[in-house]
Design a protein around this ligand. Sequence first.
Ligand code: HEM
Length: 229
Amino acid sequence: MTEMATSRTSNGRRLLEWLDERLGLRKIWTTVFARSVPKTNWLYTLGSASTILAVLQGITGMLLTIYYVPSPDHAYDSIQYIMNEVTFGWLIRGLHHWGATLMVIVVFLHMLRTYLVGAYKYPREVTWLTGGILLLVVLVLGFSGYLLPWDQKAYWATSVGTSVFGAVPIVGPLLLRIMRGGDVVGAVTLVRFYGLHIWWMPLILLGVLGIHLYLVIKIGISAPPEREE
Ligand code: HEM
């Protein structure tokens, strides 16, 4: 038994060595996860918490697309089906729903932390700028996702929300038409918001987050400011 276990371990180790020689796995691991960081505190984990929440939102969102139907005739019923009929559908939807709110809060707190310790200064200006784009993307994800259940709250919240953009001087009416795809919130709006929610925004998030995390690793995390003696 022990011999079998040992041989399995050495087989696993051999496979790892084989892969490492070809893919440089150890180097990736030490660069990404085992890199040295300055002594920090819990506030410095908010970026990683945002990353984990983004991954969870991605997974639960992908699961929801299995049953969700983005058409005015079926959207509401498909959500009811997910909540009442699909095994653990209520859990997946609940995680996605509350995860969205939590993500906005956590990303905002992460931004506040980087602002308060001055982490936006040289050489992290681009990290800050990409972070600004990420905040916008997270807000658009929240706004576009809110319409998808197609219930009264979703419909009227989006009617009011989009009309705010209609009040922008000069380009307002055009902006409103582009967002709604017509004069009022309707089938085109739903499809447009669905496209934004599952396709455009996640893609932009993935790309910009890639740059954000690349910079965090390349530049290294800033040390908390200390009082000068
Ligand atoms: C989806 C949203 C975001 C994710 C997943 C994310 C992820 C991360 C991670 C993992 C780190 C390293 C750990 C940490 O400092 O907590 C980090 C650092 C940083 N982030 Fe973000 N971030 C996001 C949004 C933002 C926003 C909105 C801003 C500001 C506008 C921002 C600015 C920064 C800066 C300046 C750093 C460097 C901090 C330092 O070196 O002390 N991030 N981010």
